[in-house]
Structure formats: structure tokens, C-alpha cells
Design a protein around this ligand. Structure first.
Ligand SMILES: *Cc1c(COP(=O)(O)O)cnc(C)c1O
Length: 723
């Protein structure tokens, strides 16, 4: 396969490999590679917002020439490039399966979102980051995988908050030429364009490739001249448009994605659906089996044996249900061509007891033998939700059709580089390569408290600098109202205990819970000796009016002098700010309505860096809370509106435990008890809540077995247009 990567004609021969590095996201989780670009030109690195592709493009030839003659730089360059090439030279094989290298990816992973780096804005929230971390870890573990997703040139929403606190979306167009992506070409070296089968009139997709280390990710793009405007807009933005446009997105992702893999000649035995959005990708597989002569039931059975499905949320809006009439409009030709009747097709997506609509989750559940939720608790909840599909009342946990594999975060991505350096000094050599071994983290006990504390304070100040600088920019460049500058965090004080709360503004996450009793909160914020401050960030879905109202409430509070500048709302939460925030606050706050948080991963990112969680017992925290690594509340089942009870529990913990522990620093200016808790947070997170542990579980529980089943018969090969 040919890919038209960005070429950097300005690079001198001696350091031409910088272009190679810039075109593979490997640089994003290897601090040495990032440092190499930073060393090349500090200011341009900053101006490109840490995007090597964009930065190299902006470099004048004379500066690059000078770098190519700088002995220190060139030595560093050689070292990083050698590491990269060694990494890439390893052939994929399946861990726990056999060590035979495989030439073709065995598993195709489908997801509507990927959170890989802020320069590739193809994510809305947790689902995307899970998928991005998953690919990075599959690369690190040599899993033979290929991934499919969407190119969204307008991303999700770029958030601006108006003076009255209302979230507005600003259009930001991705510059496809200044990102680590390349256009896939056909045999003749022309940009590949693939028509999507089944659907009339035809939709065409262009294909982009992102190299995530060893894992190729193919992104489909409908914004090309071959399509009429309605179709061009299909991939414009994540989760945008009406129901029909949404259905068309899922058709493109699923059916188009499967077709693109065919056209590229990528054989894959197993399909892994990350959420139901891409479940239509199974239709081509069903069709192939039927065309081979199997009856419908037999065909479904064969597809099922090779399908893995991960469901991610108990929240209803997270499950797409399309009216049957709409499904009929797009798929009647499909089922007719297979000799199926309407009823047997629609039955695949029927939701018993919830009449009229084709449910992508029930469709995916029916068609996958390997199914899971994303934490132990969510596994139980998902089995409850979908029990009606199997009528298996009273089964044991081992018999439950939906398994539980708890999410984890990609440690090399989320451990802060300065923290990593500290760990390098005290943990066994090569610890990062073995970070899912629990005992590796024991050595954290040997880090002198003072050193860990100083590293944390340094990261906290870095975060505050970033926030204040942003507020300053808005003040000086846009002359916004001073109250908005203060709401943006201009008065934050790095000596004050700081809570962080950042995630999507879905109402079940209850960003405003802590404002339940305003007087009680104010007393803490304005305490003269032991004050508290809180940093908020996050986006509401553009159609989520109640979510936007919660956001507005918080921005208005942040502007109110009566809160003394101790509440901040930072706009446009994304990957880059998340990195600063999860590393730099003192406590990570989380208080959704149980059991709505299927897992949650931002708390893991914080905990990994020594930021303890103050969280309701839901999602991962039911497994993660160990008594001495953070605080927990609200685990009990409560009827009805639980706001008051949860708020009370939260205030009590703050007043009686969190605040006293933080300010107990009389001896050395350092709170010893707090630092011990930080150490526990890191020790109890690093191994178990890593993407490494997670991917190994998928491999052991699902991939291995799915691959061992007899492969579906190969389709009679018809010559395809290109490869
Ligand atoms: C990790 C992450 C998320 C997911 O956070 P949750 O705890 O699952 O809500 C969302 N957004 C960004 C930018 C992240 O980095």
C-alpha cells in the first residue's frame, strides 16, 4: 500500500529521519522524541502546539542546516531514530498465543472516536481516549491489529464560552497537511477513493492513514469532490446532525470501513467493535457467508464466533436506536439481495420490550460471541440491561454472557515526563517496559517524600502558568470582560489546595454537585488559613441544553466576586489541557450518579501521577479505592434524588479529611500524610489500571479464542480495483 505522507523537502539529508519520526505517532508517547523536536527549536515547538509535523513545515532551511551540523543534536537524533527503527522492526504476534510473527493483522478494531493526540481532534471524550490508548498499547504489545475510524475535519466542538456563560461552538478546520496523517493511494499512485457498497446513491470515501507505532489506523473521509454536499458533510463532525445523518455516518464507518479493508487487501479474522457505532461492518461478513451457501442462522453463527463487542455505557443516549422506516430506506436492497425478508433482518436489531427501532447495541450483542462491559460493576449493569435478550435469569457471574474487562490508561502516554524521570531513579531499571507487574511499583516507597512533593509542586505551578497565560491572552488579545479573565483562572493560587473536575458536561456527571450548599462551600473557599479552590473544564454536547445550563451555572459562579476567584472554568478542554490538569491538581473530583459511570479513566490518569481521587463509588473506583489512596463516598444504593446525601458526604470528607490532611505541614512545609497518600495512589494504579493489563485481558479472554476458531472460509477472490 502506498501512502502519500507529508514530505519535508527542507530537511537536510543528515537529519532526514525527522520526517519519518514526525509521520508516526510513536513520538507522542516517547518523551525523548518529543524532546528532540523541542531541542530543534523551542519556540516553534511551542507555536506548533507540540505538533512535529506542523513545526518541521515551518522551519527555515538555514536553521535545519545548522542543526544537521550540530554534533550534540545529531547524536541525540541518531539515538532516537535508532530506538524508533528498532521498535518498528519487531513483527506483530499475538501474546499468550504463539510467537509466530504474522504478516497480516488478525484483528480489525472499529471505533467512531480516537483520542490519540490533540493535533488529531477525532474524539469527544472517554470512549475516544480509551480507543486511542488501546491502539498505542496494542502497538507496544505487538498485537496484530488494524484499526478503522473517521476523519472528522471539524473535530467535535471547539468551545468558547460567552460573557453570559453560554457554550458556543467555533468552527475550526483541521489542516490535514499539518498533522501526522497521510492519504492512502491506489495502485497508480492516485488518491484512493472507495465506493461504499449496498447504499444507493453511492457514497465515496477517501482514506487516510495514521501510524500509531506499529498499528495502522485508517480514517474514512467523505469530504471529497466525488460526493454531493449532503454526503460530503457525513464525516464533517463527530456526533453531529439528525438521526438520518447519524445513520449514514454509521453506514460509512461500518460498511465503508469493511470495504476499505477489502480493497486494501487486508485480511482480518476477527472484528472488535468498540461500541455499537460500527456494527454494520458485520453485514458484509454475513453477506459473504450467505453467498457461500449458508442459511441465515448458520451465517450468523459463523460471524459471531469471530466478533468481539465492547459496550461502554448504561446511559440511554449512548445507544443508537434508528426507526425501522429509516433502516428500511437504506437496507431494503441489501436484504432483498440476500433473499432475506424484512422481518428477519429487523429482528437482528430489535430490542425486546422497547418496540420500534433498530438498536445498534442489541444488534452487536446478538452478533458477537465475545462481549464485555468496561468495569466489574458495568459488567453487572450491562448484564442486567440486556438480560432480556437471553432470558437467562439466575445465572452465575461466570455464566453471564457479558464479561467485565476494566479499562486502563496507556501509561507511557499519561505518566508525566518529569514524574517518569523521578521514577527512573527509584524504580528497577526497565520498569516502564514491565509496568503491569504490581511489585515494580513497590519501590515508590523509597522515593524521599520531599522529592515527590517537589515534583508535584513543580507540576502544579506549570499547570497554573498555563491557565494564567490563557487568561492573559484572552485579556490582551480579545479584551474580554475582566470577570471572564477571573473566571478563566487568573486568581488561582498555587499554594492553595486545588480540586480538579474535568470531563464531558453530561448531566449525570453532576459537575455542579459541589454547589449544592453554597454557604458551606464558600466557607471552605474563603477560609483564611486553609482555603480551597476548584478548576473546572469540559464540553457539553452541542445539543445537550441541560448540560449547557450546568456549564453556564459554573461559569457564572466563577465570575461572581463572592467566590473570591477561587473557582475557575477553563475553556476548550482537550487532550493537551487534560495532560496539564491531571498532572497538576492536588485532588481529582468525580461524582456522577451511580451506576451511570461505566468506568471513567481520567481518575486513573490523575492517580498514576500521584493525584488522589475524591470520588463517588462508581465505575473503576469500586475496584480502585483501597482505603489509603484517596477518598470514597456514596456507594450505597439510594432511591430517587440523591443529590443532598451525596453533597453532604462530599462536604464532610472535604472538611474532616481532605483539607486537614493537605494543610498538615507544620514540620517541613510538606504534608507528610498527604505524600504517603500520593504514593499509594501511584502504587495502586500503575499496574492494574494500565492499558497493558487491559489489552492482555482482551487477548487472553477473547482474541486468542476467537482466532482459534476455524477461520471463515475465504471469499472467492474477485479482482478489486486497487490495493
Ligand atoms: C481521559 C479523558 C477523558 C475521559 O474522562 P472520564 O473520566 O472517562 O470522563 C475525557 N476527556 C479527555 C480530554 C481525557 O483525557
Amino acid at each position: 500500500m502506498q501512502v502519500l505522507n507529508n514530505t519535508f523537502t527542507n530537511l537536510p539529508e543528515r537529519i532526514a529521519g525527522l520526517g519519518e519520526l514526525a509521520e508516526n505517532l510513536w513520538w507522542s508517547w516517547h518523551p525523548a522524541a518529543r524532546m528532540l523536536f523541542k531541542t530543534l527549536h523551542r519556540r516553534r515547538w511551542k507555536e506548533s502546539i507540540h505538533n512535529p509535523d506542523k513545526m518541521l513545515r515551518s522551519m527555515p532551511a538555514d536553521l535545519l542546516q545548522a542543526a544537521s551540523r550540530d554534533a550534540d543534536f545529531v547524536a541525540y537524533y541518531d539515538e532516537v531514530l535508532a530506538d524508533f527503527r528498532d521498535y518498528m522492526a519487531v513483527k506483530a504476534c499475538l501474546p499468550l498465543h504463539d510467537d509466530t510473527p504474522r504478516n497480516s493483522p488478525a484483528i480489525a478494531y472499529f471505533s467512531a472516536e480516537y483520542g490519540l493526540h490533540h493535533s488529531l481532534p477525532f474524539y469527544a471524550g472517554g470512549l475516544g481516549f480509551l480507543a486511542g490508548d488501546y491502539l498505542k498499547e496494542c502497538s507496544d504489545l505487538n498485537i496484530p491489529m488494524v484499526a478503522v475510524g473517521f476523519m472528522y475535519p471539524e473535530g467535535y466542538v471547539s468551545q468558547r464560552v460567552s460573557a453570559d456563560g453560554w457554550q458556543e461552538s467555533v468552527q475550526v478546520q483541521l489542516d490535514r497537511d499539518a498533522a501526522s496523517i497521510g492519504r492512502v493511494l491506489d495502485r497508480d499512485g492516485r488518491p484512493l477513493v472507495v465506493p461504499i457498497p449496498i447504499i444507493e446513491p453511492t457514497i465515496y470515501v477517501a482514506v487516510w492513514r495514521v501510524s500509531v507505532g506499529r498499528v495502522p489506523l485508517f480514517l474514512l473521509d467523505t469530504d471529497i469532490k466525488e460526493n454531493d454536499p449532503w454526503n460530503r458533510g457525513i464525516s464533517a463532525r463527530l456526533y453531529a446532525g439528525d438521526q438520518e445523518q447519524r445513520l449514514r455516518q454509521e453506514i460509512v464507518l461500518g460498511i465503508g470501513g469493511a470495504e476499505v479493508l477489502q480493497v486494501l487487501g487486508i485480511e482480518h479474522a476477527v472484528v472488535h467493535l468498540n461500541e455499537g457505532h460500527a456494527a454494520f461492518s458485520l453485514l458484509e461478513r454475513i453477506r459473504d457467508r450467505i453467498l457461500e451457501g449458508f442459511g441465515l442462522e448458520e451465517a450468523l453463527q459463523r460471524v459471531r464466533e469471530k466478533t468481539v463487542f465492547t459496550t461502554h455505557t448504561p446511559v440511554p443516549a449512548g445507544h443508537d436506536i434508528f426507526p425501522f422506516a429509516l433502516i428500511e430506506k437504506y437496507f431494503s436492497g441489501f436484504w432483498e439481495s440476500l433473499g432475506l425478508d424484512r422481518q428477519s433482518f429487523l429482528a437482528l436489531g430489535a430490542d425486546p420490550g422497547n418496540g420500534d427501532g433498530f438498536n445498534m447495541t442489541t444488534f452487536a450483542l446478538r452478533l458477537s460471541r465475545f462481549k464485555n462491559g468496561v468495569s466489574r460493576r458495568h459488567g453487572q449493569v450491562a448484564n442486567q440491561m440486556w438480560r432480556k435478550l437471553w432470558n437467562n435469569e439466575g445465572e452465575t457471574e461466570a455464566e453471564a454472557p457479558i464479561k467485565a474487562i476494566t479499562n486502563g490508561v496507556h501509561v507511557p502516554t499519561w505518566i508525566e515526563p518529569k514524574m517518569e524521570l523521578l521514577l527512573n531513579r527509584y524504580l528497577p531499571q526497565g520498569w516502564l517496559a514491565d509496568h503491569d507487574v504490581r511489585s515494580i511499583w513497590d519501590k515508590i516507597d523509597e522515593i524521599p517524600d520531599q522529592e515527590l512533593w517537589e515534583t508535584h509542586v513543580w507540576l502544579k505551578i506549570k499547570l497554573f502558568n498555563v491557565i494564567v497565560e490563557r487568561a492573559r491572552q484572552r485579556w490582551s488579545q480579545e479584551q474580554v470582560n475582566p470577570s471572564m479573565v477571573i473566571a478563566g483562572g487568573a486568581m488561582l493560587d498555587s499554594s492553595v489546595l486545588t480540586l480538579g473536575f474535568a470531563r464531558r458536561f453530561a448531566t449525570y456527571k453532576r459537575a455542579d454537585l459541589i454547589f449544592h450548599d453554597i454557604d458551606r462551600l464558600k466557607a471552605m473557599l474563603k477560609d483564611p488559613w486553609r482555603p480551597l479552590q476548584i478548576i473546572f473544564a469540559g464540553k457539553a454536547h452541542p445539543d445537550d441544553h441541560p448540560g449547557k445550563m450546568v456549564l453556564q451555572k459554573i461559569v457564572n459562579i466563577a465570575k461572581d466576586p463572592d467566590y473570591a476567584g477561587r473557582i475557575a472554568f477553563v475553556e476548550d478542554y482537550g487532550e493537551q489541557f487534560a495532560q496539564y490538569l491531571v498532572h497538576g491538581v492536588d485532588v481529582w473530583l468525580n461524582n456522577p450518579i451511580p451506576p451511570m459511570e461505566a468506568c471513567g479513566t481520567s481518575g486513573m490518569k490523575a492517580s498514576l501521577n500521584g493525584v488522589p481521587n475524591l470520588s463517588i463509588l462508581d465505575g473503576w473506583w469500586l475496584e480502585g479505592f483501597g482505603g489509603d489512596n484517596g477518598w470514597a463516598f456514596g456507594g450505597e444504593a439510594l432511591e430517587g434524588d440523591r443529590t443532598a446525601a451525596d453533597a453532604e458526604a462530599l462536604y464532610r470528607l472535604l472538611e474532616e479529611e481532605v483539607i486537614p490532611l493537605y494543610y498538615d505541614n507544620a514540620e517541613s512545609g510538606m504534608p507528610g500524610g498527604w505524600v504517603r497518600m500520593m504514593k499509594q495512589a501511584m502504587q495502586q494504579t500503575g499496574a492494574h489500571f494500565s492499558a497493558r493489563r487491559m489489552v492482555k485481558e482482551y487477548a487472553a479472554l477473547f482474541y486468542r479464542q476467537a482466532l482459534e476458531r476455524p477461520c471463515p472460509q475465504k471469499k472467492a477472490t474477485t479482482e478489486r480495483s486497487s490495493s
